[in-house]
Design a protein around this ligand. Sequence first.
Ligand code: S3P
Length: 443
Amino acid sequence: MSHDAEPRPMTSRASGPLTGEAQVPGDKSISHRALILGALSVGETKITGLLEGQDVLDTAAAMRAFGADVVQHGPGNWSVHGVGVGGFSSPEGVIDCGNSGTGVRLIMGAMATTPITATFTGDASLSRRPMARVTDPLSQFGARITAREGGRLPITIEGAADALPIRYRSPVASAQIKSAILLAGLNAPGETVVIEPEQTRDHSERMLAGFGAQVHAETAAEGHVVTLQGQPELRAQAVAVPRDPSSAAFPVAAALIVPGSDILVPGVSRNPTRDGFYVTLLEMGADISFENPREEGGEPVADLRVRHSRLRGVTVPESRAASMIDEFPILSVVASFAEGKTVMNGVSELRVKESDRIDAMARGLEANGVTVEETPDSMTVHGASGVRGGGRAVTHLDHRIAMSFLVLGLAADQPVEIDDAGPITTSFPDFVPLMTRLGARFD
Ligand code: S3P
């Protein structure tokens, strides 16, 4: 769904210690994949803990439009009656993926090797984002694709009738590119191979294997190589979605910078391909313990205990960027309170997320008294013992920019305003009430 609701400004202000338990929502990446693989399998997939953010609701609506029966039974509790690999039918209307790059890119992959036609659109943010990174490999499968100038949405795809498997070396480390290709490879005979320059999040590989596909991954001299055997019969599964480490990052960061805080964030995924933010925080001296480690729904999870900490700046190695790609905005807030500078290298992908996140963070932090340096592919934040605040941040339809600046205001000397809290519903609909229960002050 594309949103043209009136912008909703919001302010956060210096708060007392944050305490209590933060039950963050289900993982966004896994939620999208559970709906899509459920729709491509035979039988009834039961999903618990599904994120009911707008991005995922848009993917649920898209799966219905392609012919799957998708039903909500209760909060987070959903079922999908799939149509099987190659079973999608042409949707009647345009598929509107709203704000979601993951939604649109994975769904384009999932239909590109079935002989049906679909047109995809999205909101102003999604319509600015590059899609050729996915449509180029999808056309190699034999799909015919028409895009707006610059390879942007809206895009129409005529899926390939007799798809050929591909071997594709991705120029960008991107789980969305990898996943779009693997989903397209499901309905091509033989082996589809994706080579990524760095390993990215592996939820698609784990879940495809769980649904019965043959997937093999190895790190070789040429990169991280993932091979899928095409035309499997996917069997419906029960999927328990762990809590999202990228959403947990916001209360975790808030507890680290608000003096006296001590919170528990239970049941968070600790998948090593998503762990870079937590590794970095530990290097900065954060007091975080990972309690009660266990496995849920095929993913490692733990309860995170987080206390206010004195932090020092670090240099984040470029090789870690993929495992924390969504956490750089909130890391730059944490870094503002650390002693010394924090250097983030090799992060040019941040410029093509829901907003140009380097620019959005740099401008918003500067407006609040933080010194930031940027290059096309790096950002350096100069930390201090306190942050002035008192500024306004422009969020550019980007949920993570909105939440990052609301967290900044909880520990800044003066209140911090954002121009629009509306986009937060895409990934973390309960963010404001959850943070308020911990002791955060918003108005
Ligand atoms: C995602 C992959 C990442 C991430 C996005 C979710 C996914 O994008 O930024 O929020 O679910 O595959 P890229 O793979 O394009 O870096």
